[in-house]
Design a protein around this ligand. Structure first.
Ligand SMILES: NC(=O)c1ccc[n+]([C@@H]2O[C@H](COP(=O)([O-])OP(=O)(O)OC[C@H]3O[C@@H](n4cnc5c(N)ncnc54)[C@H](O)[C@@H]3O)[C@@H](O)[C@H]2O)c1
Length: 331
């Protein structure tokens, strides 16, 4: 029997998952919801499912084995209906922007002991898993990393429409560098405190409605003692930015570069090795989630809702620190 999958949010990342799973012979795309009727209908027709404009209607009335929530940070909340119906779900990062709503969702998940997955795909990479294993033997001491890009230009459609608005995306650190925060958390455990500085209003030629920070630097202290300095910038228009993550311990140095997190690993008395990042990472991640749903095996999932919640606790604490200029302690 095929696994019946529903989608809430049918934009860019939903299509990346649909493409990734299109050749899974054990999956059927059953239903699609998007508040943009045109977009929802195009996707429903292309992937042969039924279209709904309302998530509650879809979740309550369709027999689904699991749901993918592929919503912008400000648009979450329909997860509650999946919890009510005991339907396992995967949710795109970050899990939301409203901490109290996400807390309510987390408590519903815990009450039902529901299987969930937050789609931090980098955790499924071989290089990341190698560094996780090394970190258990030799604790990271310093972590540096972030995402540096240029000023958003065409903001007329897709992600850029909401990405440039602070009250919709939460800003680049919350929406994008969440990947790096989540990986630092993977290597070090929970965070203790956060301190952040931001720069605003210096980005020349920023589009109308642009209200996010031009750049942010965030210091994080983890409960295990590791310190991290992570950053975001969308003002480097001359190039030379990109994605980076460096992990330094006494016994190894791990340097990840690029969207695919290709790893260069240095170890004492051993040859330096390179581990290329997997180009088909969505397929690897989605396979793990579907297998977890089919077998009810939570251990196949690398990041669950609670882990995603703890990640936004860090990025939203950075927001508070930017405003107050103080160190913020994580509850
Ligand atoms: N894992 C990754 O690498 C990755 C990459 C891109 C985006 N994302 C994340 O995925 C999420 C979505 O990003 P996207 O690029 O697909 O954005 P998008 O704007 O392309 O698509 C979002 C879709 O959700 C729909 N939508 C909004 N509110 C809705 C609601 N209440 N009910 C139903 N549909 C609703 C919109 O109409 C739109 O079609 C974001 O959180 C983003 O951070 C993750």
């Amino acid at each position: 029997m095929k696994t019946k999958v529903g989608f809430v949010g049918c934009g860019g990342i939903a299509e990346a998952h649909l493409n990734a799973m299109n050749n899974f012979s054990d999956v059927e795309f059953t239903a699609f919801c998007d508040i943009d009727e045109q977009r929802g209908n195009i996707i429903a027709e292309k992937y042969k499912g039924k279209y709904f404009i309302d998530a509650k209607d879809m979740i309550e009335n369709v027999d689904l084995d699991c749901i993918f929530f592929c919503l912008p940070p400000f648009a979450h909340g329909a997860e509650i209906y999946a919890i009510e119906k005991n339907i396992p779900f995967a949710v795109e990062k970050p899990v939301g922007l409203d901490l109290s709503l996400c807390k309510e969702i987390l408590s519903g998940i815990k009450e039902k002991d529901l299987l969930t997955c937050v789609l931090y795909m980098n955790r499924y990479r071989r290089g990341i898993k190698m560094v996780k294993e090394l970190s258990e033997k030799s604790q990271p001491i310093l972590i540096l990393g972030g995402w540096i890009g240029g000023t958003p230009k065409d903001v007329s459609s897709g992600i850029w429409k909401w990405w440039i608005q602070k009250d919709k995306s939460g800003g680049q650190f919350h929406e994008q560098v969440t990947h790096t925060v989540n990986l630092a958390k993977f290597f070090c455990g929970d965070a203790e405190s956060v301190h952040a500085f931001a720069v605003k209003g210096k980005n020349k030629n920023a589009p109308l409605n642009y209200s996010i920070e031009d750049a942010v630097v965030v210091n994080i202290k983890f409960k295990n003692g590791t310190v991290a300095n992570l950053w975001a910038s969308c003002s480097a228009n001359a190039g030379g930015g990109g994605v980076s993550l460096d992990v330094y311990s006494n016994d190894f140095t791990a340097k990840f570069t690029g969207w695919d997190h290709t790893l260069k690993l240095y170890r004492k008395d051993q040859d330096t090795i390179e581990v290329r990042g997997e180009p088909n990472i969505f397929e690897i991640e989605d396979r793990a989630f579907i297998d977890a749903v089919k077998t009810k095996n939570k251990s196949l999932i690398m990041s669950d809702y609670e882990d995603g919640f703890k990640t936004i606790q860090i990025t939203l604490a950075a927001d508070i620190s930017m405003k107050k200029g103080e160190v913020v302690f994580i509850e």
